[in-house]
Write a protein that binds this ligand. Structure first.
Ligand SMILES: [Zn+2]
Length: 446
């Protein structure tokens, strides 16, 4: 082990054992020790004392649409990873769709890795895609290092990434289970979507009626039965419907290997407050009513929901028209996720350690990166965010590093200012400034 080169000190360090005053020793980009606050600084090591600002593990956001290459006017690795770093995120996992090509073959994965390599300000991993007809590509993608596979059960929004029928889902999932891989699923039942009123236009209530909660509940129920029969590992993406939670809790109690995520926008925004025509709030499944949001928070508290991830899915401003039926569906929130979730979490009596569990520890574990990521503990990468949790700021879209500055959070006052972000012991972002990209491309085995 190389000699200590850096000591990061704070009166509030969030560790797996709790929040406490500590001095975190770093060597070669790795945490080597977590010592008492007043521990001697080893000879030759540099001390960074953050006072009372909180030192927490860098967030691991496992649901980001970077769209690069192919739709780089929507986002890209350079802008997405800078925005993420500004928001305290040190690892993101890129979704397999909305880029061209989608990540559905090993060749396409290589294309994406080549594009990302020199632009990644934080560490980047990749999901593969499970499409109709690419069952033969799944094992090679797994062996090439994707962290799991994404599938849709209803139309994805882009034609190059078609959804799976129930029969195709069964085939893909059986193949993924054969190597004990993970399938992550956009769970809305297309039959229920087709049967719902499709009014279109600028009224949010009409959009909400077009994506009813039972479309989610039915798809989740079917997924549970597939996973149960195959003893497969599945994960429900961006759960919005609180009514699906009892099914999930019961399945888990039965030993079904299912995990669940939700997103900052479902936890912090409500249908009641979406102005008509404001399609920056459009995503699928949709932001639902305040009473539903309470169910999501209860499920975070009781552990039924494991993870909170952004589902950052921007587009250019011109695609965010005032017609909810045709506007691009996706919420842009990468840079704001930590502050947005913390703001509502603290209001509801949760601690910052809870937020870290949902947004770093559990997400790292979901994708098998928990030997290196997701905790301030010896042996983990020295990835950190330094946060002033009591400080507030008002969201100014002009201050965002996303490629497109359309956001549902504009004008909101949020708690939690990210002072700096650290990757493997290097300060990579502070005060709107960034170092040259030094992120690595992560694979399942490295
Ligand atoms: Zn998504």
């Amino acid at each position: 082990m190389s000699d200590a080169e850096l000591v990061l000190r704070s009166t509030r360090v969030i560790t797996p054992e709790g929040t406490r005053p500590a001095s975190v020793v770093v060597a070669g980009g790795t945490i080597t020790a977590v010592l008492p606050h007043d521990a001697d600084v080893p000879p030759g090591a540099r001390l960074e004392d953050f006072g009372d600002d909180v030192l927490l593990p860098g967030l691991v956001d496992t649901h980001v649409h970077v769209n690069d290459p192919g739709r780089t006017e929507w986002e890209g690795f350079w802008t997405a990873t800078r925005a993420a770093a500004a928001g305290g995120i040190t690892t993101l996992v890129d979704m397999p769709l909305n880029s061209l090509p989608p990540t559905t073959t090993v060749g396409n994965l290589r294309t994406k890795q080549d594009v990302a390599r020199d632009k990644a300000h934080i560490d980047v991993g990749f999901w593969g895609g499970a499409l109709p007809g690419n069952v033969k590509d799944l094992r090679p993608l797994h062996e090439a290092g994707v962290l799991g596979f994404k599938a849709f059960l209803s139309p994805s929004g882009v034609e190059e990434f078609p959804h799976l029928t129930q029969e195709e889902l069964a085939r893909s999932l059986a193949e993924i289970a054969s190597f004990d891989g993970l399938l992550v699923v956009h769970a809305e039942d297309p039959r229920h979507l087709a049967a719902a009123p499709q009014q279109g236009g600028p009224k949010y209530a009409d959009f909400l009626a077009s994506r009813p909660h039972h479309a989610e509940d039915t798809a989740v129920a079917a997924l549970i039965e597939r996973a149960r029969r195959l003893d497969a590992r599945v994960h429900v993406l961006h759960l919005s419907s609180g009514d699906a939670l009892p099914l999930i809790a019961a399945a888990r109690a039965d030993g079904v290997r299912i995990t669940v995520e939700t997103c900052p926008h479902y936890l912090t925004l409500t249908a009641e407050e979406v102005p008509d025509g404001a399609s920056e709030f459009k995503c699928c499944p949709p932001i639902r009513e305040a009473a539903n949001q309470d169910l999501l928070w209860q499920a975070l508290a009781d552990g039924t929901i494991d993870c909170v991830v952004t589902d950052h899915s921007p587009s250019t401003a011109d695609l965010k028209t005032d017609d909810f039926a045709t506007a691009w569906g996706g919420i842009s929130g990468l840079q704001l996720s930590l502050s947005a979730v913390w703001t509502e979490a603290r209001r509801r009596g949760h601690g910052l350690d809870d937020v870290v569990r949902w947004m770093s520890a559990h997400t790292a574990r979901l994708v098998g990166l928990d030997a290196r990521k997701g905790a301030v503990a010896p042996g983990r990468d020295a990835d950190f965010a330094v946060l002033a949790p009591e400080e507030t700021f008002t969201v100014d879209p002009a201050a965002l590093h996303h490629r497109n500055r359309v956001t549902a959070y504009a004008g909101r006052t949020l708690h939690g200012v990210v002072r700096s972000t650290w990757l493997r012991g290097e300060r990579i972002a502070a005060d709107g400034e960034f170092t040259a990209p030094r992120g690595r491309l992560l694979t399942r085995t490295h």
